[in-house]
Design a protein around this ligand. Sequence first.
Ligand code: HEC
Length: 203
Amino acid sequence: MKLIGIVIAVMLIGQAIVLAGVLPMIPIFNQDGDTASLESLAADPDGTQFAELVDWDSENFVSYWEQGLTPETYEEILDMGRDIYIAEGCSQCHTQQVRTVGNDVERYGDASTLRGQNNDLNAPQLLGTHRVGPDLANEGGLRSNAWHIAHFWNPRDVIPNSIMPSYQWFFEDKGVLNEKGYAIIAYMQWLGSYNPVAPADEE
Ligand code: HEC
């Protein structure tokens, strides 16, 4: 009797490993295409919402990046934006994963896909687990640059009962961004812009 019990236990453990451990890994190996490099993500800064921010006060911008906005500086800025997002603990309050359950898509836009996550700026992914604030996976283009400037200076100036901290160290002075401010807004305006269009949508 004891032996049967042990055999069944081993089988159930094996089943659990396959169902919860091996099967979920299959989509990772089935991804088609290579991981998009940071270089390719930053290849075309012209026409982005961030380029508008640079134009708006280019004198201030070139005091930080004297070459102006080029693919090389944009690459550096996006990478820095991601680092600041990590360092400031933004993902303690924000997720970057729109799920297909509940009303996620209704609230936050297109569901996140493996292909969309498959790029250097999402490695490793900053999916997050807490939604004290809204999901940011599709934040790019949702708000104007001016909105972000006002919001990072003091969230309560735009959302009266916001509990998001203010980030005045992203600024030289009120309304004047410093290096960090440019980088975090570039990253915000980039989020979701890299979602590849599904072939079905293209039609
Ligand atoms: C203590 C939790 C908390 C932290 C930490 C936090 N946020 Fe927020 N965030 C919120 C809340 C709550 C809101 C919703 C109210 C508002 O818009 O201020 C929000 C809103 C936002 C929005 C507006 C989203 C939209 O379009 O409605 C952006 C962008 C944002 N946060 C970015 C950041 C970034 C970047 C950081 C890190 C530098 C950060 N947040 C840190 C709580 C937080």
